[in-house]
Design a binder for this molecule. Structure first.
Ligand code: GLC
Length: 516
């Protein structure tokens, strides 16, 4: 069975994991120093949010050069060392590839804006249209995901350009074959250096309607995109994307045991597992894995999670493989969002995530119960938070430094250094690796136990899954392969509930795992 099917993937936000260089920002050498911890935890792969040179307007998701490491994070030699050290511990390294857009400082965009080097059409340019009073305006009504129109006038070229995110993140024109060729070469650069795969940023955005037609109107209630009352029919999920992904899959397959997981950005908060599943193609010819964010959007509820999981499983093609995620760098942490600080709830979620059928994605710090931070306006770094504060603090609260111990700066950086975001005060109150590592009752010990259990019980990775009929507060399922089986029963309620299987009633927030 491939590593990306049986393994656990751990997402690292490199700015926040560990600072080895002493500047208050995490780096590759810092990650390298913590590989023993990750091996001890038992994870199989790390996914690094972007580490490439970037002006950091969107903290690395605005790439200025795809084939180098930003000095903030280190050098190419540091990367090589990280790959070698990770592989030595049987840990794969997955990079974050942003194919939809580049930074406006990328030489490709500079060339395109100045119509140089044959790159005139590498981005999405338009003259726009004339309004009733003869005033020029963008060619359609598309809105950027971070607010405002998706088109910005470029006086240098005398045309509008498209950006589905910040104006500093112009969208590439994937209908131009040279763009695909160039981007695929960037991917090969990292595969040749030993990377084991990619997380593909907003991969369902890359191709746009050829005629640039406007999106139809649709009422949404989710914040912060309440301004965005449209159904993104024309600027997302275009059918040509699948052809591109098939070609990308062939490229990856040439390298053997690689993996691509796609971020399928939902249509303004409306989860569409069936859409995510289409990016798996026939199960073997497009992405290996695709994110469905339904679990992230649900409250702490057995029935709601069960419905989300069933819908997700039903959507996956026969030979396709699911994956599951509860937290990432764009969302409030599950420990805050749905567990409200309760370790009991966190234990339930850990068991749900790690014992379902499919590849679990863990977000750094989830295993010790890290929570969102309350940050002051002056502490915010994320452009989204700066724009919408105080209504929405942006994504910084879930990106604070990893808590290694309870001392000053939590072992993330030296005590005399100022970390790029403040360390959460819970580090001093037991929410750290050091405090939990040797405590068998800790959340960290629980995560480690579940991860080890996956490795020793074949049914927990390879087995079929069947939900058991149960009380609405109870989520119960069996995993079975060959003669080996497990029954997992989770009581989401704080009070006693009947067990759906033999045995006494379940205590509040109980996790019961029995093996057959
Ligand atoms: C993805 C990333 C997010 C980023 C956006 C634009 O959604 O996860 O962090 O801001 O793409 O690149």
């Amino acid at each position: 069975m491939s590593w990306w099917k049986h393994g656990v993937v751990y997402q690292i936000y490199p700015r926040s994991f560990h600072d080895a260089s002493g500047d208050g920002t995490g780096d590759l050498a810092g990650i390298c120093e913590k590989l023993d911890y990750l091996a001890w935890l038992g994870i199989d792969a790390i996914w690094l949010s972007p580490v490439f040179p970037s002006p950091m307007r969107d903290f690395g998701y605005d790439v200025q050069n795809y084939v180098d490491i930003d000095p903030l994070f280190g050098t190419l030699e540091d990367f090589d060392r990280l790959v070698a050290e990770a592989h030595r511990r049987d840990i794969r390294v997955v990079l974050d590839l942003v194919m939809n857009h580049t930074s406006d400082l990328h030489p490709w965009f500079q060339d395109s804006r100045h119509r140089r080097n044959g790159r005139d059409d590498w981005y999405m340019w338009s003259d726009g249209i004339r309004g009733p009073l003869g005033r020029r305006r963008p060619p359609n009504n598309w809105r950027a995901a971070f607010g405002g129109p998706a088109w910005t006038w470029d006086p240098e070229r005398g045309q509008y350009y498209l950006h589905l995110f910040l104006p500093e993140q112009p969208d590439l024109n994937w209908r131009h074959p040279a763009v695909e060729h160039a981007m695929f070469r960037q991917a090969e650069f990292w595969l040749d250096r030993g990377a084991d795969g990619f997380r593909l940023d907003v991969i369902n955005y890359i191709v746009k309607d050829a005629a640039l037609r406007s999106n139809p109107y649709r009422l949404h209630r989710t914040f912060p995109r309440r301004h965005d009352q449209q159904n993104h029919l024309r600027d997302r999920n275009q059918p040509e994307t699948h052809d591109i992904l098939k070609r990308f899959r062939s490229l990856l397959d040439r390298y053997g045991a690689t993996m691509a997981v796609g971020e399928i950005y939902p249509n303004e908060g409306v989860m569409e597992p069936a859409v995510s599943a289409t990016y798996l193609g026939n199960g073997t010819d497009e992405l290996h894995l695709a994110f469905d964010f339904s679990l992230l959007a649900r409250p702490f509820s057995a029935v709601r999670y069960r419905r989300a999981l069933e819908t997700w499983y039903q959507a996956i093609p026969g030979s396709g493989w699911p994956c599951h995620v509860l937290s990432n760098h764009d969302k409030s942490r599950a420990m805050t969002r749905v567990c409200r600080g309760s370790i009991g709830r966190a234990r339930i979620l850990a068991a749900m995530l790690l014992l379902q059928r499919g590849t679990p994605f863990l977000y750094y710090g989830e295993e010790i119960g890290m929570q969102d931070s309350r940050l002051r306006r002056t502490e915010l770094q994320d452009p989204l938070g700066r724009k919408y504060w105080p209504l929405f603090p942006g994504r910084d609260p879930a990106r604070t430094p990893m808590q290694w111990n309870g001392r000053t700066n939590a072992g993330f950086c030296l005590p005399g250094t100022r970390p790029w975001l403040p360390v959460h005060e819970s580090a001093a109150r037991g929410c750290s690796v050091e405090a939990q590592r040797d405590d068998p009752e800790s959340l960290l010990a629980w995560y480690r136990f579940l991860i080890q259990l996956r490795k020793t019980r074949p049914e927990l990775t390879r087995g079929d899954l069947e939900f058991l009929p149960s009380h609405r507060d109870v989520l119960a399922w069996t995993r079975r392969v060959g003669g080996s089986s497990s029954i997992i029963i989770l009581n989401f309620s704080e009070t006693m509930r009947p067990s759906p299987h033999e045995g006494p009633d379940l205590r509040g927030l109980e996790v019961r795992i029995t093996h057959g």
